[in-house]
Design a binder for this molecule. Structure first.
Ligand SMILES: *[C@@H]1O[C@H](CO)[C@@H](O)[C@H](O)[C@H]1NC(C)=O
Ligand SMILES: *[C@@H]1O[C@H](CO)[C@@H](O)[C@H](O)[C@H]1NC(C)=O
Length: 393
């Protein structure tokens, strides 16, 4: 960073010289000469502009959680080379000199590399405790400032009303949770809780419902209105650590109903790239009707999942002919996580019958259990029969 800045500064100064010389060539020497104090103030202004900005993009190393990270620093260093925390220079995570290198747990500098002029720092597994700005130092001079940043994790959770929501905060210091309702137009949401030195503080609305165990925040008694996006953020840099999309739903609620005609195919959509086992199971008895993994799909009679679609991140279930026995709540599951659920319903069939006095009336009940009959006389000439199951499936 400093290196780049210095190079840029000298380029700019020499441009100024070029400009001046060009002036001098095309016109009279005396009238064109830039007064010394003007040149000086240009230089001063530029020095002011080029003070290193800590958050610039080129000095950030971003990795996935628990991945190896390499913080670059190129400088032939004859004496002591070290990496310190930017925020506290007395914390040295690794150091090298002509004889050897030493480092704290999880950090590494290579002596071979040091001798070749490469002072890079390797962080073996970038967890949240390692997120920091680090400074590469050679013989007391700062060479680089590098920020280690971890890609935010993303989870989507489906929770039934009354259950608890658990959010992993990953750290117990300087972290906050913001909530953005599904229905709110607010882009950033509101801060609901913060944690400082292992102690939890929440807004009035949340205090009595929340608790903290190590780095796990629990929000009790979830309501449908709690659905939305919860972001776990570093409260200093406002950097997202984990983003949870939470949907709260009544099993088989109206907005997730698939209504089809008797014996027609039904399509239950579920979009999710699933690296492991994807399956559809019944809410009533947890029976699995179809499943897929990387090698193949396998399904019960009358159900189908496509392996091509599975590989593309589409876990849609096709029911070839929706009869009354197929009415149920179907849950789409990826690697043990509920992704979505649907209630399959079949359109009510209306038939009009003409029967002469003395004839028998026959009603098809379609199912053998949980059925009640409602008789409804429409006028003097006929009758209308509605078959409605007691479970209203
Ligand atoms: C810097 O780190 C040292 C060693 O861990 C510690 O004793 C000191 O209190 C820290 N200073 C600040 C300002 O945090
Ligand atoms: C899949 O295949 C196995 C063995 O071939 C079978 O037992 C199972 O019932 C099949 N169906 C589902 C939905 O897993």
């Amino acid at each position: 960073m400093l290196k780049i800045t210095e190079r840029r500064r000298s380029t700019r100064v020499s441009n100024l010289h070029t400009l001046c010389c060009w002036c001098c060539c095309v016109s009279d020497m005396e009238s064109c000469r830039v007064p010394h104090h003007v040149l000086l103030s240009f230089t001063l202004i530029f020095i002011f502009i080029s003070i290193p900005v800590p958050a610039s993009a080129e000095d950030t190393v971003q990795v996935k959680f628990n991945q190896r990270a390499v913080l670059p620093c190129k400088r032939r260093c004859s004496g002591e080379a070290k990496w310190t925390l930017f925020s506290n220079r007395s914390v040295v995570v690794a150091q090298c000199d002509q004889t050897s290198c030493r480092s704290s747990d999880g950090y590494k500098m290579s002596h071979d590399q040091y001798l070749k002029g490469d002072l890079s720092l390797t962080i073996t597994a970038a967890d949240y405790s390692k997120r920091n700005r680090y400074t590469c130092v050679c013989d007391g001079d700062d060479i680089e400032h590098v920020l280690l940043s971890i890609n935010p994790m993303k989870s989507s959770l489906h929770i039934y009303p009354g259950e608890d929501l658990q959010l992993e905060l990953h750290v117990s210091e300087r972290v906050e949770v913001t909530y953005r309702s599904k229905y709110s137009g607010d882009l950033y949401g509101e801060q609901i809780c913060s944690v400082e030195r292992r102690s939890l503080t929440c807004t009035d609305k949340y205090t009595w419902r929340t608790s903290l165990t190590n780095t796990l925040l629990t929000l009790r008694g979830i309501k449908v209105s709690d659905g939305g996006v919860y972001s776990v953020q570093d409260s200093v840099n406002k950097e997202d650590l984990h983003i949870y999309s939470v949907s709260v739903r009544v099993p088989g609620s109206a907005d997730n109903t698939v209504l089809v005609k008797l014996n027609q195919p039904a399509v239950l959509p579920c979009v999710r790239r699933c690296s492991g086992e994807a399956k559809w199971s019944l809410f009533s008895n947890k029976d699995v009707v179809a499943r897929c993994d990387q090698t193949s799909c396998n399904s019960s009679d009358g159900y189908k999942m496509s392996h091509d679609q599975y590989l593309k991140g589409d876990l849609t279930l096709t029911i070839t002919a929706a009869d009354y026995s197929k009415r149920n709540i179907y849950m789409c599951v990826c690697d043990g996580d509920d992704i979505d659920d649907f209630r399959l319903r079949i359109k009510i069939i209306t038939s009009s019958l003409e029967i002469k006095t003395g004839e028998d009336l026959q009603l098809e009940l379609h199912v053998s259990d949980r059925v009640e009959r409602k008789l409804h006389i429409t006028d003097g000439h006929g009758a209308e029969y509605n078959l409605i199951s007691d479970a209203d499936l």
